[in-house]
Design a protein. Structure first.
Length: 244
């Protein structure tokens, strides 16, 4: 992949909109990209935008006691529960929720994962502000809230100062799935979505593209949309109906 540099000598960012992808497949992709980024084979940071079929994910130290039920609202089947190498407790991912995975090399920055997390949040603070919506942070609790209801979850893992995972932004998911867990380990947590706030939410792909200039401003890196971000690793298996 070619290297696009920003004014401060930081590498560029290659971004890809992947559609709806099975969670474990996207996790494997993240790990492959992480290996190349940490090993210096890839010269740019990678942002992946996508959505998943319903799945619960749990951080390395998370408690399964925060999963109240795995039976979906339809009553059919069981929601998968996957433990991953990030911080935090259980959260839900599913259709209508935009995932933004950021594989970033912090060795060119402050070597501070907390600052990286605040940057990820800031992208959505500014995006929502442009829509007239005030998003708030809470002390010692990652994510964003609007009028006391959580709209963005955040969980990041890092090794050798290269990050994985990122944020989940509720655009128009079925919020009933959040009743099946204590979101991020918070008993009685309330959740909202962009659709609940403004009526009819834009498609996930449109939101992802709107975030591009905000990502550029917050991270100070050139942001390049490309399908090449995933091609060197393996082909994904998109699911019908994702990220239109």
């Amino acid at each position: 992949m070619s290297e696009h540099s920003a004014g401060d000598g930081l590498p560029g960012v290659q971004a890809a909109l992947l559609g709806r992808v099975p969670f474990e497949e996207s996790w494997e992709l993240q790990q492959k990209i992480w290996e190349d980024r940490a090993g210096g084979k890839t010269g740019e940071d990678i942002f992946l935008f996508l959505e998943h079929d319903p799945v619960f994910t749990l951080g390395t130290g998370g408690s399964e006691a925060n999963v109240l039920s795995r039976r979906p609202p339809s009553g059919e089947g069981e929601i998968p529960l996957v433990r991953v190498n990030r911080g935090g407790e259980v959260t839900y991912h599913g259709p209508g929720q935009l995932m933004m995975y950021a594989i970033c090399d912090l060795r060119r920055r402050e070597r501070d994962v907390h600052i990286h997390c605040r940057r990820l949040e800031e992208i959505f603070v500014r995006y929502l502000s442009a829509m007239g919506i005030t998003a708030e942070r809470r002390a010692d609790m990652p994510g964003l809230w609007v009028e006391g209801r959580k709209i963005l979850s955040l969980g990041v893992g890092a090794r050798r100062w290269v990050t994985m995972h990122g944020v989940a932004f509720n655009i128009a998911p079925d919020l009933r799935f959040f009743d099946m867990i204590h979101p991020c380990g918070e008993v009685g947590a309330r959740v909202t979505s962009l659709e609940k706030l403004i009526g009819e939410a834009p498609p996930l792909g449109e939101v992802a593209e709107s975030l591009s200039p905000v990502c550029r401003d917050v991270f100070g890196q050139e942001f390049i949309w490309t399908g090449e971000a995933t091609a060197p690793f393996f082909p994904l298996t998109p699911v019908e109906g994702g990220c239109s």
